[in-house]
Structure formats: C-alpha cells, structure tokens
Design a protein around this ligand. Sequence first.
Ligand SMILES: Nc1ncnc2c1ncn2[C@@H]1O[C@H](COP(=O)(O)OP(=O)(O)OP(=O)(O)O)[C@@H](O)[C@H]1O
Ligand SMILES: [Mg+2]
Length: 779
Amino acid sequence: MESEQDTPFEPKPIVALDEIVINRIAAGEIIQRPANALKELIENCLDAGAKSIRVSVKDGGLKLLQIQDDGCGIRHADLPILCQRFTTSKLRTFSDLETIATYGFRGEALASISHVAHVSVLTKTKEGNCAWKANYSDGVLIPLRPGESPEPKSAAGNQGTTIIVEDLFFNVPTRRKALKSTSDEFSRILDVVTKYSIHNPSVSFMCKKAGQAAPVLSTPCLSTSAQTIRIVHGPTLAKELLHLPKTKNTQFEFEFEGWLTGANWNTKRSGGFLVFINHRLVDCPRLKKAVEALYSVILPKGTYPWVYIDLLIKPENVDVNVHPTKSEVHFLNEEEIIEAVCETVQEVLIGANSSRTYSTQPQNTVQQGSDPHHDSDPEFEEEEPREVKNLPTFGTNSGTYGGSKPSSTRIVSRSSTQQSNPAHKVRVDPTVRTLDSMFAPLNSKISTIVPPESAPIKRRRIDERVESEEGDEDENKSKANIEDDADMSEDEVEWVNEEVNTRTIDETKQKSNRERGISGGGLVRTSECRLTSIVRLRNLVKEKRHNLVSEIIKDHKFVGIVSCERTQSLIQHNTKLYLVNHAAIADELFYQLGLCQFGEIGKIRLDPPAEIKPLLKLAIVLEEDVPEERREATIQMIEQRLIERREMLDEYFSLTITEDGRIESIPLLLEGYTPDLNRLPEFLMRLGPGVDWSDEEACFESFLRELAYFYIPLPLLPSDETDATRDKERELESFQIEHVIFPALRRHLRPSKSLLKGGHITQVANLPDLYKVFESDLL
Ligand SMILES: Nc1ncnc2c1ncn2[C@@H]1O[C@H](COP(=O)(O)OP(=O)(O)OP(=O)(O)O)[C@@H](O)[C@H]1O
Ligand SMILES: [Mg+2]
C-alpha cells in the first residue's frame, strides 16, 4: 500500500492567468531595466520623425524617465488605446514585417511600460488645436486626479510628444531590488542615448539628470556621425578614428559604412562595439568576434577597439522579430556579410598603418604593470575625420531616416579618457610591442609593412649582373628557403624568402643545425671547437662582458629608429632612454655570432654562383690608393688568395668558393637576416688587406670582423635613387633592424664596456627626472 508521501504529484488544474499577471510577465521580458524602457521610447521618437530628443532622468531612471520629442505627435483619437498591448500605427499585416522600416512594429512597448510603471503622456499633432494629457496604468487610461474622468485632458503644449515614466518596477519588487545601483543604471541610459545619437546625427539628443541644469550629453541636429562621435566620446578617441568606407554588395544586397579606432586607441571596457542593422541597435556576437579578432594582432591583450558599423541589409533578408527587446536580428548570408565587413576593416587598418607618421614618442610609453596603449594619447598625425553621409535604406519608408547636413557642434560634455600620472608611464616589459610594431600586423592580409615589391634595390644590381651572365632568375625563385625566425611571423618570413630569391641556404648544414636545436634568430648554439685560437677569442668575449650593459641590452625595449642615416635608434631600459648606434652594436653582434658558430655556420647559397673577379673589379674602383696600373694585379692576388684558402673558408666560415673563382655561398650568421649583397664586392676586396692571413688567431679574428662589417646595416648614403626607392630601402632596413637585429641583440650579444665608452650607448633621458624638470618649470 502506498503511503501519502509516496503518492506522485497530483496534476493541478490548468487555469487562465489573470490578464494583469500575463501583462506584467510579458512586460518583464521587454522592459528589464530603465535603459530598455528608454531605448523603446527613443525609437518611438525616431519613428515619429523627431529632430530633437530630450531625456531627463532621476535615480537612474527608476524614479523618473522623461523623454520629450518634436515628432509628429499622437492623434487624440488614438490615446485611449495607446498603451494597450498590440496596438500600433506601424504594422498592418504580418507580411509588412518583411519590409519594416520603423523601429516599432509590435505595439507592445508602451503597454509593457504601463504595466510596470506610472505613465503620463503629453502630446500634440500638427493639426491638433491643443495638446492632450493622459495618464495610464496597466494599459488603460486612468484619471489624472482621483475622482476625475480618465479621459485625456486638453493642455498647452508644442508639437511632439512627452512621455513620463515614474516609479519603474514599483509593482515588481524583485526586479526593483535587483537594480541596486542608480549610477550604473544611469550610465546604461547614457550609453543608449550616446549610441543612438551617433547613428542619428541629424537628430539632436540631450540627456540630463532631473533637477540639474547642465546636460550630461548634448549633440546638435544636422551633424555627422564623425562630429557626434567627437562630441560624445571626446577628441582622444576622435583623433584616432578611421573611416570604414561605404561598401556595397549587390550580390547579397547589403551595404555598410562606419567608423573605428586604429592601433593607437584601446579600452579595457568591451562596450564600444556598435552595430546597427537596418538602423536597429543590435548585438551581433559573430560580427563582433570576427572584427575584434582582427584587432587582436594590433591591440594589447585584454583591450578593445571602438567600432561603429552601420549595416543595411535588404529588409526581406532580415528577421527582426526574434528577441523581446529587439536586440537581435537574424539575417541571411551572415557569413558573406561578416567576411565582407572584416575585409574592409582590415583594409582600413592597413591603410592607417601606411599613412601614419611616427613623431616624438620617447615618453609615450606605458604605465607600469598595465598595457602599453590604454587610454594613451600618442601624437600621431591626425587624420581628418571624413563625414559619414546618411545611408539610403533598401526598404520602403526611407524618409524616416532622412539625409543630414553638417552643422556646428555644441557642448562637449564627456570624455572617456582616464588620466594617469605620466611620470610613471614607462614601458617595462620588453615583450610588449613597440608603437612601430603595432603597424606590423601578423595576419596574412595585414602583413604588408614591408611589401614584396619593396625589394632592396641595391641588391638587385649584383643579382641582375649575376643573372644576366649566368641564368634565369625565375628558375631560382623557388629555391629560396629560410627557416622561420622566432621573432618573425610566417608572412614576414615569406617576404624574406622573396627577397633572397637568388640564394638558397645550404640545406645540409641547416638541417644539422635544426637537429641540434638551432633556429637562427631563436637559439644560436655555440659550436664545438677545440682550436685554441677560437677558444681564446671566445673567452675574451666572456671576460669583457659587462654586467650593466648586458642588462640594458638584454632587457631593453625597442622604442624606434631615430635615423637610418646616422644608424641611431632609441631603446628603453626601465625608466631610462638610451640612444644607441645600432650599426656599432650590430658589428659586435655579428662578430660574436660568427665566433660562436665557428665551423658550423649556416649558408646562404648564391644561385647561380657569383664570379669573384667581376665583383672585385667593381670594388677596386673605389680604392683610391691602388693606382690604376696595379689594379689588375691586386684583383688577381686577392682572388688567388681566396681560392687557395677555399677549403678553410668553407669549413670554418661557410664561404664556399669554387676552384674557378665563383662564390657559391656566403655565411648565414643570423637566420632571417640577409646582408646587403651590394656590399659583397667591398667585402671580398677587404678580405685582401683586411685579413691577417699569416697568424691563425689573427686571421680568424680579422676575418670575422670583416664578415661582421659586411653584415651590419650601414648608414644610408646620399644616392641618385628616387625618393620612393630610398623609402623602400629605408623601410626594409628599418624592418630588419627592429625585427631581426634588436631581438638578436637581446638574445645573443655579450656586450663589453667599450660600447658605453665608445659612445655607442648613451643615456639620453631618465623619465622621472624629466618630469621633475617639467613640474618645476610649471611651478
Ligand atoms: N513619441 C511618439 N510620437 C508619436 N507616436 C508615438 C510615440 N510613442 C508612441 N507612439 C505611438 O504609439 C504606438 C504604440 O507605441 P509602442 O512603442 O507601444 O508600439 P510600437 O512602437 O508600435 O511597436 P513596438 O512595441 O515594437 O515598439 C506607436 O505605434 C505610435 O503610433
Ligand atoms: Mg515602439
């Protein structure tokens, strides 16, 4: 026998819910907090063709939310059913939804609000003789004062509508309790007004706290989105704005336009992603994710860009009726649309990259322990924001979102900039990207900082000569093969491959290096060498290593190249800035790399091999102290010497010379780095007088010194090349200096004190001291 406890649940009778309960539950879905109510009210104003929308808020909208517009007003006859559920002037048949061009369509918003708050309306149409005042509760008219008739009362008033919502959620205590912070609710309200003001620049928006005279936000009418963004977000963000140009796709029938920040601006708040689809402010998580992924390569981790995308899709392809708050829409061809937007965003970011100018930046560094760009205001050249023109809609009723003309701006009331003590702003983490490197995106499409066509012109001359005499360049292109460098993205490596298209690396040696775990720019392992001369030279380097200089080099942060002509760069170590002669330091680096890998250096193969004699002939012309008549003999002698020592040169230095005097390979001291082959003749020439061939140790040392000198980035000398050509050379050189040489210095150099003494590393600023000077100047 079953006890009473064991009895399964008895089904309870199903009863129809009380209408008030139904409406209150339904209202809870649409109006979740004051900001939702405000969004609905703003949309009603815009649907009514308002040009001015004024919002007044008390206690975060919980006590009072008042919104006044100058739109078409509400007809007197419609007032009795204004707050009834499913009463609307915007939709007649279900199929109208396919081409809906108004925000509203359900006739539910005002009804919902009236079920959870006290609602008063004051409205006047153009034709009406007077304004009308009405109060609502639970969807129906109620008397203005107890004992009076609930009918609307005539009143004085201008054309348009004022809706007053009081005591929101007075009858939903759980909801009310959940919304504790009125300031949080106010900022959500402000956020809604801000976003709608950006998207509707032809409408004037004002938002203020009730009882305060000054608005918190105010925008003019007949403005542009760019101007409005500047007004509501301040100049810090505005000056980093990039225009997402209007892009049309006829195949899938959509178009978009917008504004977004570039690499110099970011925020830790994630709310700066505005997507309007057919003028509706919606969450579009997939689009957001895809766009933010593009930024992940140029912004510090954990920070976000500011993006505004105005996307218009053929209304038939959009389903707006999917979410109670209308914050989501479904649309066809989502993938294609997202891809198209991302493509254009990417192009814009690339364009910004190439058009930017690095100006004075030493102090423009990062706050200790924080990311490098947060709320920073780097002095990049400002791009003049272009005007966003109002977009045509695909659907009918496009007049709702009529055109706009720019006008003067009004009150600048808000700025998102947080101030921090600039004296404490130092870039302390060497792994944090430099300002320059932010423009070297790692993504394949963005990777154009050194485009393939920016081939080093100087190199071409030699390659061309070799080519014309020896064979076809194209055949050799595929032979290029350089291993990934730890500091280089795949595409950057690809680019290097294209540059070295006439050379290949000796695969056998490279393979053996790989087997030993050597990866050029990454690890450089010291070769096993028992030659006393080499052991001595290596010990000398170790002995001369200076602790302080080592620390500076090892933990430095690359700030930027000051001058390619003077081979000067700026680096930062802790709070100190150093001016370094990068050529001089690289000289020591390449010498040490040669010494370290002695006997096991990788090879850069010249394919086809380069004849020594013609190269020496080129070089000797510059040797003023060799008289004309002795030139031929000098060339003979140097060539002979190199051929005679070819075995040794190959075994120890990977300089491979054929019996008949052709260079098959040159040493690969640092993977990812190719010396300027235009200097090969000079290098060969110097191997004559510059190397002491008589003594083993002196020979190795002097050879390695000459080799290092061949590898360093020399000052760019005046030449008859065109500006564009020189720009390309400079761009290539800068890339190698920043992305190959400096990372290698950090990893491999054992610097001696002579670098300090020789003036190759000079402290130029100590940030705290600088700020002290500024502060005392200001006092
Ligand atoms: N500010 C306003 N100016 C003019 N008419 C308005 C205004 N606000 C509301 N109305 C009128 O009241 C009707 C009901 O508004 P409500 O917001 O409840 O529904 P809706 O906008 O039609 O649809 P939805 O529920 O999707 O917003 C509207 O259709 C419109 O005719
Ligand atoms: Mg509405």
